[in-house]
Design a binder for this molecule. Sequence first.
Ligand code: PLP
Length: 334
Amino acid sequence: MANIGFKYQHTPFRYISRWKDGKWDDGALTEDNVLHINESSPALHYAQQCFEGLKAYRTKDDKIQLFRPDENSKRLNRSCERVLMPHVPYEKFIDACEQVVLANEELVPAYGNNDTFYLRPFVIGVGENIGVQSAKEFLFVVFGLPVGSYFAEGLKPVDFCTTEYDRAAPMGTGMAKVGGNYAASFYPKKMAKESGFVECIYLDPMTHTKIEEVGAANFFGITQDDKFITPFSYSILPSITKYSLLYLAEHYLGLEVEERDCLIDNLPEFKEAGACGTAAVITPIRNIAHKDWVHTFDSGDVVGPVTQKLFDTLVGIQFGDVEAPEGWIHIIKE
Ligand SMILES: Cc1ncc(COP(=O)(O)O)c(C=O)c1O
């Protein structure tokens, strides 16, 4: 079946709510997919905004469910704090997601092809403003659209290169999902693509010796003795997929797990490696090019067995085929 890909399409309904005079209004669905905001809105000039990404899954028995939306809600609120915007209470966040999924229900893809309905919640600072300061009004919007695989290749090992650019500073905004981090990544990504790689790998901004992010995804490696390793730093976005895989590696696959530095000069310690995130789930890594050196992981052109098991377990849970840890699944439609 054709891959519906990961691209914008207009869907009938989205949710919008305004924060004004210290509180959110009730919010409502709208058919209008164009935002009407003041030209001086701080979101446009000073990147006072943040966003989330999560998916709704249709199960074999035709339920529709979300995967760990409480974690997206918490991260949205941490991002809001970092750029001085008001929290969106969990009840409001989940209500908005549910309304958007149900209003567009016929566009939630059928079970069986790993296609999903992607939700994009975001908060932006709006209203009249010209100085470098916080907005006084905010919009919380959730829209959604059906998506297939993020990478055209699907679950196929691909090649990455390191970049000399940084995506985030040590005490900057790397841990928050704010738009400025992504604008700064477009140029290094273009350079990587022009050199034949799918994306670039960001190293730690202080020493440029440790792996941080793989484009807009987290990194994990499987060591020669079967440990699941993933780096921790304050400039890495804490990926919900990554922490889910870490839990599954330990509790479902019985592997030892560790959050610790992954040195770019010590890649042969890993027999398999991957990038992970909501959009692509897992992207296995074949090669990493760093300076004038190319490292090929032992798994090479095929998906390594541990990576495959992690993928199958996670996707199985998301689509309701594998029993989930308690609290991971939020059912929208029985
Ligand atoms: C920079 C960055 N890293 C990692 C991730 C993966 O996070 P998650 O698994 O929560 O989607 C994302 C996507 O949200 C991201 O934008």
